[in-house]
Design a binder for this molecule. Structure first.
Ligand SMILES: *Cc1c(COP(=O)(O)O)cnc(C)c1O
Length: 416
């Protein structure tokens, strides 16, 4: 069934686009500036640094590439251990599939689905090098505690901030709370750079330079400051040389493999416009979330994800839980809601149970809380800003009707 058939579609688009984005695109197209690696990218990155509060922000072509480059920075070696959350999108940890490292899945906090610091701590050994977490649904993870544990053991931490652009944690922004932050501007995310895009944030200058080299072909080699002089010395003509791409032996050795993952100028221009919209987008998500919460609050068996007073959830996902003591059948409830036109994609199947991780020895029972939440309790419903007033009302009415049925005694929605 295509999304048009649902009254309340699951967010294929997480953001809103309009005149600001069209004007930005028209400006780029009509200018005769280069379409890659130029002023729009620089401005987008500058605004991103200002917003997140890190020294470096490097745009790339997707969140997946951002995570892959971030993991590359860690210089992991055979036998190193990496602790990861199982409750995230598979791209968070995908690069680890190719590395000779031991992946340890921590469990999650049943109140938030974020990585549980106590579980992380229990997995730490002398070989632990890194921790990969996500801010699930936009609610920042317990970063003070995670960073305390990581610092005590000299372990690097990567934050997957794909859901958390617009979120706030104790006066600071996700992406600046650990060693490396990774963002996605995919169509479904809180802002988009025309369908695909990503960003890596770091404070460390060496890592910033290294990321810059890794994301483009040009800068992987040494920067040739004075082509003429080097050219003369080597018998090469200046026109043979190109900054960072010299064919002479005066060039320093290339130390890292790289890729070309630079964000194109039209995408960056749209990204600038989208950042200007971010507060409005998050406000709209939060208004919808508040209305969903108000409906759910009428049902004692619906457990909401709390928002601590010093934290702001950007609500990339609106997730709630069914209290297991109520004996309700989560799958049936989701199916009933779908019958009323609410489209579902439950996020996320626990990663350790995906075939690629099972093939590497991971198994059912490894993360009991994450498994119990996924198989029995968690439900996430649409709350993207593009939902019309009518669609939000349909969602609220559907939730109300289905949960009222579930609450009635002898309900068909009870599990057998
Ligand atoms: C979307 C997403 C990614 C991947 O981002 P892309 O831009 O689609 O490559 C990674 N992690 C999480 C948690 C995501 O939601």
């Amino acid at each position: 069934m295509s999304p048009d058939h649902y009254l309340v579609p699951y967010p294929q688009r997480g953001s809103l686009l309009g005149d600001e984005e069209l004007d930005a695109l028209a400006e780029v197209v009509k200018s005769d500036l280069p379409l890659s690696g130029g002023v729009y990218r620089e401005t987008f990155e500058q605004r991103f640094r200002d917003l997140i509060g890190t020294r470096h922000a490097l745009s790339v072509t997707s969140g997946t590439v951002a995570l892959s480059l971030a993991i590359n920075l860690l210089d992991l070696r055979a036998g190193d251990e990496v602790i990861v959350t199982p409750q995230t999108y598979k791209a968070t940890i995908q690069p680890l599939l190719d590395l000779p490292v031991n992946v340890r899945f921590c469990d999650v906090d049943p109140n938030t689905l974020n990585a549980d610091p106590a579980s992380i701590e229990s997995l730490i050994t002398r070989r632990t090098r890194a921790i990969l977490i996500v801010h699930y649904g936009g609610l920042p993870a317990d970063m003070d505690e995670i960073m305390r544990i990581a610092r005590a053991h000299d372990i690097r931490v990567i934050e997957d901030c794909a859901h958390a652009l617009g979120s706030v944690y104790r006066g600071r922004r996700p992406g600046a709370l650990a060693d490396i932050g990774c963002f996605s501007f995919h169509s479904s995310k809180n802002i988009t750079t025309l369908g695909e895009g990503g960003m890596v944030t770091v404070n460390d200058d060496e890592w910033g330079n290294r990321l810059d080299r890794m994301r483009s072909n040009d800068s992987d080699a040494v920067f040739v400051r004075s082509p003429r002089r080097i050219g003369e010395r080597d018998g090469a003509r200046p026109w043979m040389l190109h900054a960072g791409n010299s064919y002479t032996h005066s060039c320093l050795e290339v130390r890292y493999s790289g890729t070309n993952a630079t964000l194109p100028e039209p995408s960056a221009a749209v990204g600038i416009a989208q950042l200007g919209r971010l507060d409005r987008l998050v406000k709209r998500r939060r208004e919808t979330a508040e209305r969903i919460s108000a409906v759910l609050a009428r049902f004692p068996f619906a457990r909401l994800i709390p928002e601590p007073p010093d934290v702001l959830n950007a609500y990339h996902l609106y997730t709630f839980f069914l209290d297991p003591s109520a004996g309700l059948d989560r799958d049936l409830i989701v199916e009933r809601l779908a019958e009323r036109g609410v489209q579902f994609q439950l996020r996320y199947f626990p990663l350790h149970l995906l075939p690629e991780w099972r093939a590497r020895g991971h198994r059912l029972g490894e993360c009991p809380v994450a498994e119990q939440m996924w198989f029995q309790q968690q439900i996430n419903v649409p709350c993207q800003p593009s939902l019309s007033e009518e669609q939000v009302n349909t969602l609220l009415d559907s939730l109300d009707a289905v949960l009222t049925e579930a609450a009635s005694s002898g309900s068909a929605l009870a599990s057998q």
